[in-house]
Design a protein. Sequence first.
Length: 472
Amino acid sequence: MPQIKIISGGNIKTVNAEKGTPLSKILKENDTAAEHPCGGLGICKKCTVNVNGKDILSCRYTVEEDITVVIPEKQNIVSVSGAEESGRLTENVCLCLDIGTTTLALAIVSLDEKNIVKIVTRSNPQRAFGADVISRIDYCRKNGVDDLHRTIVEAVNNMIDELLDGGFANASPEKLYVAGNTTMLHLFFGVDCSSMGESPYTPAFLEGKRISAEDIRIKKVNEIISLPNLSAFVGADIVAGLNYVGLPESGKYNLLIDLGTNAEVVMFTENNFLCTTAAAGPCFEGANISCGMSAVEGAIYAYEEGGAYSVIGNTQARGMCATGLIDIVSELVKSEVIEDSGYMEDEEFEISEKVSLTGEDVRQFQLAKSAVYSAVLSLMEIGGVSFDEIEKMYVSGGFSAKMRIDNAVHIGLLPKELKDRFSPINNSSLLGTVKFALEENDLSLISAYSKYIDLSANPIFSELFIENMFFE
């Protein structure tokens, strides 16, 4: 039986495995899995590890002999909530959690002063099972919910330890309020979500939950309260975002566009909420971009005319995150390196020694940006709403505040008609969850007046999607 020595972050673990066992399976079972954004298909190359001195893809490697595996050092995503942190602990506090597909954010909140005391963030370790909800639903269908549930619970408990032990040891939160997309909440509560992987995409629950923290082994709080979901693919994170931004003036509409691993769009007024999802895929999280990466050290986050760029951590560029990708594509379209059709004469454009943009990257970006833009226009057409009737265009997501709206508009990610009404919110889900924790306001109006629009077979969307693939 082969012996596998696993070196990760200075820790060494030695395990045995049967011959022919996939290395990715061994790493997952020993909580040292590399990321598998493509779900183990071997196409994203993000699960690269070093085996006996050679870089390999852990999802395509089977163990046949004794090996030494070195896991690359993990880095937490640079995530900004958009909220001020007081740093002042008071007697009455609670915890608020946003479970993003890519990023987790946990806040300790003062119920006395009604503000955020401190926030900690980290990458969602479920990325080891796939970058998007579809990959994780598929894993759940094939392997059950236990691995995914255990992974997220352990991560949340570690974050609670980090937050409370990092200067707030005297805090005694009674409640943990939580939001996330529908799939993430199923996995958090240990509920099988595989029914959402095929038509009619039926979730096991949509309602908000109140349970004992002990039921799912979350420590240092007594009760867990989740916000309600709207549909299989419009979850409590969007409800929290709507709760945060509030309703527009009478007779006006607002747009809430959440750009994450997937994209959700809601067009709403005081008593009408039209919502949908855009199949943008994990493009904005870098999973299907050759040099794409999350917003961690080494990621290009800004790109200027002439080729100058800025890197997180002021270190050597290792890849590009969402804002960098948007800037790069926009500048290359302006300079006609990328044609309006998306064609590049050279199949690869070098940005730095280790970072480049390929023709396939451009095609993936076209699919993502057209999906988002076409979803917005589809809801407007279905609802009979003009640009003049829209008061605000809120854009949420970890990179929204750093996104250059001129570039996003130029390449057709967002409507140019709403550029002057653009309002970025980094993490509307966390902020809306905090607002709910402070007010426990009634969210039933959102659920009662919401209508989900399935765009997958909608002729309006299909026509717009083809048109908006171009960089015009």
